[in-house]
Design a protein around this ligand. Structure first.
Ligand code: NAD
Ligand code: ZN
Length: 346
């Protein structure tokens, strides 16, 4: 068997990626080799492609990037049990220590020594990926592989959207990127009274309309309070999901929460983003930071929601063969995109 494979590699500390041949990984005794079928491009991959400040500080070339994928098990390390060759799988991208306090208390998403696939070690934009068996997530083969390809991002959306009870609640989502779109679909599915999504981009808000958002607001043209009367929102929103990383979106969310409201923060803010803490205090707001997804409870919820009829297919806007990756990154950089999928099976 050839020990070389194609991979998308950040080979130098500069913009762009190259498609090149690298060594095919060999699974260690507790690892699994996955033959990649499809991958999806995440905002993090775009940061690495564009070589922005975050990427310059965190990425050490050469590195195969990518962490959103679906594939099948190709090889098992000698100690791996309960998994089989040919099984359809995705995988948790955070490789955790298993020993720290959070790992041992069932909160591995807060591990103090987490390493990320496609960021701190070689990733999934390749014909094969090697990860620890503990990170492998078996997938129901009845689920559309295109949707499974972005289960990693769906996990961020699910963990954030399910952080607080949304049943019968008015939910404000700021940011209609792929993750905001998924959170919109999840809150609708889970019985929110209303799901209001804001963005600056009509293309993305239109996808939220297809996902049955109660209202979408382009904040460059409309105000959030404009929909209060129509939607019978009296005291403000009960639950806020911040998914833009924008300081102004976060501040407007805080001011649109009802007293006692709950906010989950996923969007990554600039380090010194100012907020009015007195508003948080006097309104009695709860603010919860979100990182990653619960291992592995969020994965169960994700599969179960899809099996229960949650349809994420409107979020997929582009599909390319992996050799056309430049088109995929251009679509992501244009912002007129939802999820962009690269096919590695042909
Ligand atoms: P994205 O950049 O594609 O989407 C962000 C959206 O916010 C864009 O559509 C943008 O137009 C919109 N936006 C910008 N300014 C706005 C404003 N003032 N009001 C409303 N919307 C505004 O990102 P994504 O891939 O959907 O991810 C969402 C966020 O979550 C990003 O900040 C990402 O870095 C972050 N993230 C965090 C984690 C975590 O573990 N905490 C994991 C994945 C992603
Ligand atoms: Zn740990």
């Amino acid at each position: 068997m050839s020990r070389k494979m194609n991979a998308l590699v950040k080979d130098k500390a500069q913009e762009g990626l190259i498609l090149t041949q690298v060594n095919k990984p060999k699974p260690k005794h507790d690892e699994v080799l996955i033959k990649i079928h499809k991958t999806a491009i995440c905002g993090t991959d775009v940061h690495i492609y564009n070589w922005n400040q975050w990427a310059q500080a965190n990425i050490k070339p050469p590195l195969t990037i990518g962490h959103e994928y679906v594939g099948e098990i190709a090889e098992l390390g000698e100690n791996v049990k309960n998994l089989t060759i040919g099984q359809l799988v995705s995988g948790e991208g955070h490789i955790v220590c298993g020993h720290c306090r959070n790992c041992r208390s069932g909160n591995a998403q807060w591990c103090k020594d987490t390493k990320s696939v496609g960021v701190n070690r070689d990733g999934a934009f390749a014909e094969y990926l090697c990860i620890p068996a503990t990170n492998v997530v078996p997938i129901n083969p009845d689920i559309d592989e295109d949707v499974v390809s972005f289960f990693d991002a769906f996990g961020n959306a699910t963990h954030t959207a399910l952080m607080f009870d949304v049943v019968g609640e008015d939910v404000l989502i700021t940011g209609a990127g792929p993750i905001g779109m998924m959170a919109c679909a999840i809150c609708v599915k889970n019985g929110a009274r209303s799901v209001v999504v804001t963005d600056v981009n009509d293309y993305r808000l239109d996808i939220c309309k297809k996902l049955k958002a109660t209202a979408t607001i382009n904040i460059t043209k409309e105000k959030i309070e404009d929909i209060y009367q129509d939607r019978h929102i009296v005291e403000g929103f009960d639950v806020g999901l911040e998914m833009s990383g924008s300081a102004s979106a976060l501040n407007s969310m805080i001011s649109h929460m009802r007293n006692g409201g709950k906010i989950a923060l996923l969007g990554i803010q600039d380090a010194k983003t100012p907020i009015d803490l007195n508003e948080v205090i006097f309104k009695g707001l709860t603010i919860q930071g979100i990182y990653g997804r619960k291992m592995y409870e969020t994965w169960y919820k994700m599969s179960a929601m899809i099996e229960g009829g949650l349809d994420l297919s409107p979020i997929i806007t582009h599909r390319f063969n992996y050799r056309e990756y430049e088109k995929g990154f251009a679509a992501m950089n244009s912002k007129n995109s939802g999820k962009v999928i690269l096919d590695w099976s042909k």
